[in-house]
Design a protein around this ligand. Structure first.
Ligand SMILES: NC(=O)c1ccc[n+]([C@@H]2O[C@H](COP(=O)([O-])OP(=O)(O)OC[C@H]3O[C@@H](n4cnc5c(N)ncnc54)[C@H](OP(=O)(O)O)[C@@H]3O)[C@@H](O)[C@H]2O)c1
Length: 321
């Protein structure tokens, strides 16, 4: 039987934990979504937090991204149930950050539905973006984002992919003044725009700076991440796996023993995320996470020892070899 409002059938609702609480429900959930309870237990150890420099508020170092993988129709109850489980596990494991954008197709609408289903909106540090140029259009887009997600405010509103050095964030500041977002950010993932992005970052001094940074694309670490630190912006790193390129590069390779012994990593995903978090300029990573087993895996990267500069160098050598 399918619930007409949620589009979920009984099996989906059980998988979500909506109708089955406690250890039995959790074990059933683990079986349904293909992760083991031992991994879950490991993941439950404390997730690290880092301060947002402008406020001192502490932010868990692993969040999730929603580009492409949260873009599907609300009638897709299977994917809805799986993503809801991701959000539930995320919150259970002390994480809170979700990054989205109006340009990610249906993602904001899907998130709205997931908040309704999980009732976890108030546990989420919600970040979205605005990409249009015209000021009135920007205000319209930001209000539409709130409406689509069914929320009164977001924690973070980011200027999406600035391309011109003179671009300002006045409309986001006006949005903030109305109490509709707590923090202001700038976000980019295009190397060709880095000069413009740096100019906007230095002039506007936002609370957050989001940039593409991964083991296969380290360009941001030279100027942009230090520049963000200079203006006191918290740094979020997008594309941490470069949409699978990181995994392609290590395909067939075994994780080095020392990485497991000294950093506690048990997968290349954790290896790649810990490497990012070992950069003291990074506040949090937002890997695109659609599967509960990925969530459990990625969260583990935010626990235990982080690599220092020497260890990060060693990690790069192994990765590049
Ligand atoms: N300009 C911008 O502001 C900008 C640009 C790009 C992205 N972003 C943000 O950054 C987020 C992250 O980027 P992204 O999602 O595009 O790419 P990504 O994080 O580099 O890669 C995500 C993909 O990696 C795989 N994956 C995730 N966890 C895994 C694990 N533990 N083990 C193995 N594979 C795993 C999944 O692919 P499979 O399901 O195929 O295995 C997933 O779709 C976005 O979702 C978005 O929120 C912002």
């Amino acid at each position: 039987m399918t619930d007409a409002n949620s589009g979920l059938n009984r099996r989906d609702a059980l998988a979500l934990g909506l109708g089955a609480a406690g250890a039995t429900g959790l074990a059933a959930t683990a079986a349904t979504f293909g992760f083991d309870m031992q991994a879950l237990a490991q993941a439950s150890k404390e997730l690290q937090k880092r301060p947002i420099p402008h406020s001192g508020e502490m932010l868990p170092v692993v969040g999730i991204g929603t580009a492409r993988i949260y873009d599907f129709p609300l009638t897709d109850s299977v994917r809805l149930a799986e993503r809801a489980q991701v959000i539930k596990l995320m919150v259970q494991n002390g994480a809170s950050l979700i990054d989205t954008a109006p340009s990610y197709g249906e993602a904001e609408i899907v998130l709205g539905k997931l908040f309704e289903l999980t009732k976890l909106r108030d546990k989420i540090f919600l970040a979205t973006k605005v990409s249009v140029d015209d000021r009135d259009e920007q205000m319209k887009s930001m209000r539409e984002s709130l409406k689509d997600m069914g929320v009164k405010q977001v924690q973070l509103m980011q200027l999406h992919n600035p391309k011109k050095p003179e671009q300002d964030i006045d409309s986001i500041r006006a949005f903030q003044k109305e109490g509709l977002c707590k923090y202001i950010g700038i976000s980019s993932s295009f190397d060709r725009d880095y000069k413009s992005v740096e100019a906007v970052l230095k002039r506007e001094k936002p609370d957050f700076f989001q940039i593409d940074y991964s083991m296969v694309d380290r360009n941001a670490e030279e100027r942009l991440i230090p520049a963000a630190r200079d203006v006191g912006a918290a740094v979020l790193t997008n594309l941490p796996f470069r949409r699978g390129k990181v995994f392609a590069q290590v395909k067939g390779k075994t994780l080095p023993d020392w990485a497991t012994k000294e950093l506690g990593v048990t997968s290349w995903a954790q290896f790649a995320l810990k490497w990012l978090l070992g950069n003291p300029g990074v506040t949090a990573v937002i890997p695109g996470t659609d599967k509960p087993k990925y969530l459990i895996d990625n969260i583990r990267a935010g626990k235990g020892p982080m690599p220092d500069a020497a260890m990060r160098k060693k990690m790069v050598e192994v990765f590049d070899a």
